[in-house]
Ligand binder design. Structure first.
Ligand SMILES: O=C([C@H](O)CO)[C@H](O)[C@H](O)COP(=O)(O)O
Length: 202
């Protein structure tokens, strides 16, 4: 028995929502193409070196930026790193030799800036993903990873046609996945090796 209810819905045909969905998907992927062209790949290379050297990898971000970084934290764990999400009950103290990966499109979100300052005070490395190289977050960073996306309050739509900080938040996931890929390829481990750390209590 079919569960589709499409016969009961008016989707507007080829010129309606179905076509607009395709256009939106193309718009978003095209915006990501422009982000990649605008990256400072040397800075991302330094980030890879720092994460490789670091004892522990901590992540901090709020809202969607933080959610995207939680996915990165899981991948760092899969690489065998001690990975911690700031604010979780079991997250320990950050110390010298650890790295804090902080994401804030605006670069001014208090919780993120406060965590970055605390990490810098401990002489931990701070990797800052932000759209604003002059932000408070960037000023505390060992390496600033500028994502040339729109700030969430860039309402003109000049940098991104998407709502609020969507382009930045998506970029956090894509670029940290690229970082993971570089680290994984350099680690000499196979997908089967990494799979041993995949959650088995889910
Ligand atoms: O959740 C967010 C989103 O923009 C809501 O549409 C942001 O990630 C959250 O507000 C944090 O902002 P930034 O620190 O400026 O990334």
């Amino acid at each position: 028995m079919s569960t589709s209810t499409s016969h009961e819905l008016d989707t507007g045909g080829a010129g309606g929502d179905a076509a607009r969905f395709g256009e939106a998907a193309h718009l978003i992927t095209a915006e990501h193409g422009r982000i990649v062209e605008g990256l400072d790949t040397d800075a991302w290379g330094k980030a890879a070196e720092i994460i490789t050297s670091a004892s522990g990898v901590f992540t901090v971000g709020t809202g969607r930026s933080g959610l995207a970084l939680q996915m990165a934290a899981m991948r760092f764990m899969h690489l065998g790193k001690a990975a911690h999400v700031v604010g979780e009950t079991t997250t320990p103290a950050i110390v010298e030799g650890d790295v804090l990966v902080a994401a804030s499109g605006s670069g001014s979100t208090k919780r993120v800036v406060t965590a970055a300052r605390a990490a810098a005070d401990q002489r931990a490395w701070v990797l800052a993903l932000t759209t604003d190289p002059d932000s408070d977050l960037a000023s505390l960073a060992t390496v600033t990873l500028v994502v040339p996306a729109a700030d969430k309050q860039d309402f003109d739509g000049t940098t991104s046609a998407q709502y609020a900080g969507s382009l930045f938040e998506q970029s956090v996931l894509i670029l940290t996945d690229a970082l993971f890929h570089v680290l994984w390829q350099g680690s000499g481990t196979t997908a089967r090796d990494l799979w041993r750390l995949h959650a088995n209590l889910e």
